[in-house]
Design a protein. Sequence first.
Length: 188
Amino acid sequence: MQQCRQPTLNEVIAPYRAIAQVPLLDLEITRSEEENHAVPRVSMFNSPLLLGFDHFENMLEQLAKSGGDGYPPYNIEHVSDYRLRITLAVAGFFEEDLQITLEQNQLIIHGKQKEDADRVYLHRGIAARQFQKKFVLAEGVEVAGAEMDNGLLHINLSLPEQTKDVTQIKIHSKGSPRDLKTIEQTDL
């Protein structure tokens, strides 16, 4: 009895790449050393038409590595055309337990509760756990401020106004007859 071989992911998507003609997704199969099985690596910025987007790929990888922990729960609210609000449910945290930093274009919220050694618990169902949430901000997005209100941390963001910049680029010819200098034999 002949055994059927499973096609690789690259073999499966090859016909679709040929149809698209522009490779927007670059799927590269790598082996995970810990799990020893094939892991697809997706690159959305492999097109020759997307120039200068390498740092976006790095940011997306960092976000993927930051984990999908749902703690603390949060909302992202559209307040107006040029304002957003991130709200985190941080019940039990005081202002001094929270730290908000802006590192390059990453908004990082870190929370760590202090343990009260004088307290004796008969039952402890509310854990004092620390967290770190990261949000990647687009260029031009500014943090307008932060405030605590009834166990909710509100972070207000200002979005840049969209401008329609159109610039005409002048084309210069190199080596045109008017740029050439003729040399007379007497000049030699």
